[in-house]
Design a protein around this ligand. Structure first.
Ligand code: MG
Length: 270
């Protein structure tokens, strides 16, 4: 009897330990956490040094800024070489002086390269003078991993449903504040995105997370996405690749973009 109790206690202890290790492995996978810090003594000089990079420069209304030195440039002000139409073939959007612009009804465009966890910088401007109201006013969108839309909209003195305004994670989370600039002015999104994780059987282990600064102000704070974004519904996650193209929306309005760059995020420390 006593032996049985001991065996049971032993099994429970093993299960608890295994669960703890698994949880640690999973939580360490993407972000710095106590589990990672504890692998090193305080101030251990054998700990690998972070890579050295050159910082970028901020944009002004007149002049796009410069990306940090380790960024992948998505638009260099000259052409859409890194992009293609979602419907196949070259991107049909217009390139102007230092920017590109949605050509209505030519379809969404996507990057040729696929991305997963990332830091993404996007600058956009809605048409001036503005046209239309509500969702029909300077509408476009940034689709992380082709599936998760950060809304682009003219929300300056113009209302729509809160989870569909500028800087909303469409249909899920309104921004914490509305920090929209007037139509025609350049606005920035700085996005930290972590894609969802699935096990080998396709079961969701961890949802996607999004943090967003709009014009330098925090508007999405580590928001846990419910699944892909959609109109009028919240579809569940479907197993997907770890990296997918970044996509921009043709919603029928000539919205402009410039100075787009992305940094792929590796595990904080292995
Ligand atoms: Mg949109």
């Amino acid at each position: 009897m006593r032996k049985n109790v001991l065996t049971t206690a032993c099994l429970v202890a093993t299960a608890v330990t295994v669960t703890y290790i698994l949880m640690n492995v999973l939580s360490c996978h993407h972000q710095a956490s106590p589990g990672v810090a504890e692998q090193w003594k305080p101030h251990d000089r054998n700990r690998p040094q972070p890579p050295v990079i050159t910082p970028g420069e901020a944009s002004t209304q007149e002049q796009p800024g410069k990306p940090p030195s380790d960024a992948v440039i998505l638009f260099d002000g000259k052409d859409l070489a890194g992009w293609e139409s979602v419907e196949g073939g070259p991107a049909q959007w217009k390139v102007g002086e230092g920017y590109f612009e949605v050509v209505p009804r030519t379809g969404d465009i996507k990057t040729k390269q696929a991305f997963g966890d990332c830091q993404l910088h996007v600058e956009w401007a809605t048409p001036d003078p503005p046209h239309g109201e509500d969702q029909d006013r300077g509408n476009s969108g940034v689709f992380l991993m082709s599936n998760y839309e950060l809304q682009v909209l003219d929300s300056y003195q113009s209302q729509t449903y809160p989870d569909g305004q500028a800087a909303a994670i469409y249909g899920q989370y309104p921004p914490l504040v509305n920090v929209c600039r007037p139509p025609g002015q350049w606005q920035t999104y700085d996005i930290i995105f972590h894609g969802p994780q699935f096990d080998k059987a396709g079961k969701l282990l961890r949802p996607a997370f999004g943090t967003v600064l709009h014009n330098g102000v925090l508007v999405q704070d580590h928001a846990a996405l419910t699944g892909p974004t959609a109109h009028g519904e919240r579809p569940p996650y479907q197993p997907q690749a770890a990296k997918l193209p970044l996509q921009l929306q043709d919603h029928g309005h000539p919205v402009r973009f410039r100075n787009m760059w992305i940094r792929e995020l590796a595990d904080a420390e292995k």
